[in-house]
Design a protein around this ligand. Structure first.
Ligand code: PLP
Length: 450
């Protein structure tokens, strides 16, 4: 098909996710046809640096020979077979690899196909676990603890434990109740509070809300260290550890949603490692296949899994599963992705890029329209504001984040903002000079857009 025909159909027949389609039609977005390393190439042959890892999932680049080969080799065997009543070789090999690479207590691997389902599964497992564990509680645990502003996906369960207000405004009547902890990222603290006072308040609220609700809490779900889709809101060191201490004290399973922060993004393979925390559930998706194919993982412990053992007539199996659970091509891509972390020293590359980003982001220190720069590993949020001193936001209709995105795209870099927070998320394997290119273009785009 010719580019014009592709565009016509894209505008008429495709409904893009999280997208106001009227704006989309007016915008002539690039139509991507191929990839080359960390670049995307559109149908007109224009090359764009993939500055947000294709929505935070690409790890080692596009068209990576080792990944391409792993998928092709698997294709020569079989593309898919079900995990209901059958096993499959790559899903078994990947489970072994995941158990080896995660904390010792995480021994069980349940597959699905998106970050949202990885979290949904953890929620359902935690709920069912409490009803089936030895010596069940007197009170049903029908509440979940979660973080203000959190994003855990877009299914009804994952939205229920999320804190993105527009989703709650639209779907509120379909959602179940959750107990939200104030987010300990001090930039958005209430007027008149110092950072230290705000953090103190967050810790006190965490303790109070858990003390008040612990008997009804089925689990506590958290994005460890960085709340990504909230605009890269960073928790202070020690917060995750405190959450683990309190959840252990009250017997509340901890769900670590590492869909965004896992697979090297924060500088370690898993973010929980940085606080020495072992969760009861670990959710992975996005980067697990290097950004090649949809696959997600919910890992848990022997103790949780034991509550689902029994006779057929006990009807206590985990009642959840998808047609494509544990897809063979995706598992083969995931195995090759993990091997590349070792053979390419990808975590070392993340550390080098973290340093480059720290140095380059310092250039924005005194920028009159940059309220805060948040940065960990290769995750960056640059908060644009009308007034740096008062932290006053730009009027929503100026769509500053979007304007920066358009200006960067003109210069051959793809990014995607979260409101007025400009997000940079170079893939863990991106070479340093491309990280510099990303900064050069985006910093210039910020000035151009403002
Ligand atoms: N959890 C976190 C922390 C995420 O950042 C996301 C997506 O951005 C999800 C869950 C949902 O993942 P998916 O879009 O694959 O459903």
């Amino acid at each position: 098909m010719q580019p014009e025909e592709l565009r016509r159909i894209d505008n008429e027949a495709l409904w893009h996710p999280f997208t106001q389609m009227r704006g989309h039609r007016e915008e002539n977005v690039p139509l991507i046809e191929s990839g080359d390393g960390f670049y995307l190439i559109d149908v007109e042959g224009r090359r764009y640096l993939d500055g947000v890892s294709s929505l935070w999932c690409n790890v080692h680049g596009h068209r990576v020979p080792e990944l391409d080969r792993a998928v092709r080799d698997q294709l020569d065997k079989i593309a898919h077979s079900t995990l209901l009543g059958l096993g499959s070789v790559p899903s078994i090999e990947l489970a072994a690899e995941l158990v080896k690479r995660t904390p010792d207590a995480l021994t069980k691997v349940f597959y699905s196909d998106s970050g949202s389902t990885a979290v949904e599964i953890a929620l359902k497992m935690a709920f069912q676990y409490h009803n089936q564990k030895p010596n069940p509680d007197a009170q049903t645990r029908d509440l979940f603890a979660c973080m203000q502003h959190a994003y855990h996906g877009d299914t009804i369960g994952s939205v229920s434990v999320g804190g993105i207000s527009i989703f709650h405004e639209i779907f509120g009547k379909l959602l179940f109740h959750s107990v939200q902890m104030p987010c300990p990222a001090a930039y958005h603290r209430p007027e008149g509070m110092t950072e230290a006072e705000y953090l103190e308040h967050c810790y006190q609220e965490l303790e109070r809300l858990l003390a008040e609700n612990h008997e009804r809490l089925a689990a506590f779900v958290i994005e460890p260290l960085v709340q990504g889709a909230a605009g890269m809101l960073m928790h202070p060191p020690g917060y995750l550890q405190r959450v683990r201490e309190l959840t252990t004290q009250y017997g509340i399973p901890l769900i670590a949603d590492e869909v965004a922060v896992g697979l090297g993004r924060t500088g370690t393979m898993f973010a929980c490692e940085q606080e020495g925390v072992t969760p009861d559930f670990l959710c992975l998706a996005k980067g697990i296949t290097g950004g090649y194919l949809p696959l997600a993982v919910t890992m848990t412990t022997d103790e949780i899994a034991a509550a689902f053992e029994g006779e057929h007539t006990d009807y206590n199996a985990f009642y959840h599963g998808h047609t494509y659970t544990g897809n063979a091509l995706a598992c083969a891509a995931a195995l090759a992705t993990l091997e590349l972390f070792d053979s390419q020293n990808t975590l070392e590359n993340v550390k080098a890029n973290e340093q480059i980003l720290a140095e380059r982001l310092a250039e924005l220190k005194d920028h009159p329209h940059v309220g805060e720069v948040r940065h960990k590993g290769t995750m960056v949020g640059i908060e644009l504001v009308a007034n740096r001193e008062t932290r006053e936001a730009f009027p929503a209709d100026r769509r500053m984040g979007h304007q920066v995105t358009l200006a960067a795209r003109e210069q051959g870099v793809i990014i995607r903002p979260l409101s007025d927070v400009v997000i940079l998320m170079p893939a863990p394997g991106m070479p340093g000079e491309q990280v510099h290119q990303l900064c050069d273009v985006v910093f210039a785009a910020i000035d151009k857009a403002i």
